[in-house]
Design a protein around this ligand. Structure first.
Ligand SMILES: C[S@@+](CC[C@H](N)C(=O)[O-])C[C@H]1O[C@@H](n2cnc3c(N)ncnc32)[C@H](O)[C@@H]1O
Length: 191
């Protein structure tokens, strides 16, 4: 099914580059299988690729909540979830994650932040109080195509990532490691 999502997205979506893809998908799957989470939150569903990778690690009673702003993308993702083994375990939300997260009465074992880059700090601040001790956050695109290394950073997304990276670096209540997979993944653990 992952291959099918990849091919469908490449053929029909103008922003197909946003999909996690095989390498990053495997990393997400591996991390999730190591943690065996009861509750996963994904911010930025797109066409559903990464949610299905993360869902592979869920416990039998586990649930994955995934949030997507755009109805059309959420619909495509849902059609794949419904054909997968995880249909009952994946809960799709359509709308702005900043508005939806505060209404989710869950404690997270694993959070994947992969939506609009200027809001990464806001997402972190919203989920952190509900992240269990020793829970993990993965944040995508933290290298932002290498632009974070430029002297002068242009564009609101690259600036958003730079601000997030600076914010994370200063925190003493998390452990952090940069995985140089694809566009860079931050792996964070709550102390
Ligand atoms: C990089 S894509 C996600 C890719 C997906 N996680 C994957 O790996 O296949 C980012 C997605 O976040 C969505 N998004 C952007 N801002 C959002 C917001 N405020 N709330 C929810 N979703 C948002 C976009 O519509 C887009 O589909």
């Amino acid at each position: 099914m992952l291959k099918e999502i990849n091919e469908f997205t490449a053929k029909h979506h103008p922003e197909q580059h946003m999909l996690s893809g095989h390498l990053q998908g495997k990393v997400l799957e591996m991390v999730s299988c190591m943690i065996k989470p009861e509750r996963i939150l994904e911010i930025g569903t797109f066409t559903g690729y990464s949610a299905l990778c993360l869902a592979k690690g869920l416990t039998e009673k586990g649930k994955l909540h995934t949030i997507e702003l755009r109805e059309a993308d959420a619909g495509v993702a849902r059609s794949y979830f419904d054909r997968s083994d995880y249909t009952a375990q994946i809960i799709s939300h359509v709308g702005n994650a900043l508005e939806i997260i505060p209404g989710l009465d869950e404690n997270w074992d694993l959070v994947f932040i992969d939506a609009d880059k200027p809001a990464y700090i806001d997402y972190f601040n919203l989920v952190f109080p509900r992240l269990r001790k020793n829970g993990f956050i993965l944040a995508d695109n933290i290298l932002f195509h290498g632009q974070v290394l430029n002297q002068e950073i242009k564009g609101k997304s690259a600036k958003g990532i730079q601000a997030f990276n600076d914010f994370i670096r200063e925190r003493t209540d998390i452990e952090k490691v940069v995985l140089t997979v694809r566009d860079g993944l931050y792996l964070l653990r709550k102390l």
